[in-house]
Design a protein around this ligand. Structure first.
Ligand SMILES: [Zn+2]
Length: 382
């Protein structure tokens, strides 16, 4: 495992690109932001918004844009930006996780009270649970199916209501540096290039599940992108156009507008040191622990990379945070996940063990997985 020379990005992240000097694509992008003509980008976005307003009148519909929202920091920023800065009339679409947290509920209510119409989709919980378990067993990732809905729901609503514009938040190719699997533009149709959405439909997801019909997973399926483009529906990443977009800025912006975070939790329980992301489900916390065991990095690494690039932490300071919190997960979340998936803790760990990267981790005498590597130091996997 090799780390980026500037931040703490490891080369184990799927799709990550590095340059010949060992610097990751996300750091290169951060550098290049200085040279971006931001006023021109904002103007470009204003023109797209004006086009959407005209289309709304032409199509005689009530909304000019759709935004998929979880109620978290990014979607709160997107919604307020669309309404107040761009003067749009957005329809918000929320795909509620099956086991939504109290904080998640409060944040959707908050967004609603900020003055938005929200359509909330509640998928059949029995199927959601079955798919989460299947994805956990087969891929060691229990949130794949729910991510399908998160992405697809905004596209489905735009398609059905013939709404001209979809405003997505972040292009991960830029902020995580995964330009090996997704283009780095403002075009948000590129999400279908992502692993979780490639194939664009849920057929593979339900294969072998004889009690689930394709019509049972309607909201898990991305509509046909080509036919949406033909209808004149555009999809953009706000982050590509808005200079102020960052994890910390979006959190501050949204907290000022009523966002609640995981304010009372021990940071060791949530495996990170910032309290304003992934608020609406606790499964993500457990999932990040598994990701850590698979690839050698979790939530705290992502946060640290942003903090280094944006000048809030030195690489040294960030190493402390990552070493302290990355991959940690409170016992209560593991218990809750086991209950949700109808697994004993023993069964849960048997599955997790299958996905652990044994070149990076070894079991200690207590049966706990311990990293062989040191955060920030290139590690010879042998
Ligand atoms: Zn980097």
């Amino acid at each position: 495992m090799k780390y980026c020379k500037k931040c703490l990005q490891p080369d184990t992240r799927p799709g990550i690109l590095f340059d010949k000097d060992g610097v990751c694509f996300a750091c290169k992008y951060e550098e290049s932001k200085k040279n971006i003509d931001w006023p021109a980008r904002e103007q470009e976005l204003q023109q797209i918004a004006e086009w959407a307003k005209q289309e709304r009148r032409k199509r005689q519909i009530s909304y000019d844009c759709v935004i998929g929202v979880s109620g978290g920091k990014d979607s709160t920023f997107q919604a307020v930006y669309a309404k107040e800065r761009l003067g749009l009339h957005p329809l918000l679409v929320n795909c509620a996780p099956d086991e939504i947290t109290e904080t998640g509920k409060a944040n959707i209510d908050n967004l609603n009270r900020l003055g938005f119409d929200i359509i909330s989709i509640h998928n059949n919980p029995n199927i959601a649970k079955q798919l989460a378990k299947k994805c956990f067993l087969e891929k060691g990732n229990m949130v794949i199916a729910s991510e399908y809905c998160l992405w697809a729901s905004a596209y489905i609503m735009a398609d059905k209501f013939n709404i001209p514009l979809i405003i997505q938040g972040e292009n991960a190719a830029l902020t995580l540096g995964t330009a090996g699997i997704q283009e780095t533009t403002g075009n948000a149709y590129s999400v279908v290039q992502l692993d979780t959405l490639s194939g664009g439909d849920a057929e593979a997801l339900i294969r072998g599940e004889n009690n689930i019909d394709i019509d049972d997973v309607y909201f898990y399926r991305m509509p046909n992108i080509e036919s949406m483009k033909e209808k004149g529906i555009k999809a953009v990443f706000l982050q590509y156009y808005a200079k102020e977009w960052s994890q910390v800025y979006n959190a501050d912006f949204s907290v000022a507008r009523g966002l609640m975070g995981r304010t009372s939790e021990d940071l060791h329980d949530i495996g990170r040191y910032r309290r304003y992301s992934a608020l609406d489900t606790d499964l993500v916390v457990v999932n990040q622990m598994i990701k850590y065991l698979k690839f050698g990095f979790g939530f705290a690494t992502d946060e640290a990379c942003y903090d280094i690039r944006e000048g809030r932490l030195t690489r040294e300071q960030a190493i402390w945070n990552v070493t302290e919190y990355d991959g940690k997960c409170g016992e209560k979340y593991i218990k809750k996940t086991c209950e949700y998936l109808s697994l004993t803790e023993e069964e849960f760990w048997q599955v997790v063990d299958r996905y652990v990267n044994r070149k990076l981790f070894e079991k200690n005498a207590d049966g706990k997985w311990i990293p062989k590597f040191k955060v920030g130091e290139d590690f010879d996997e042998g």
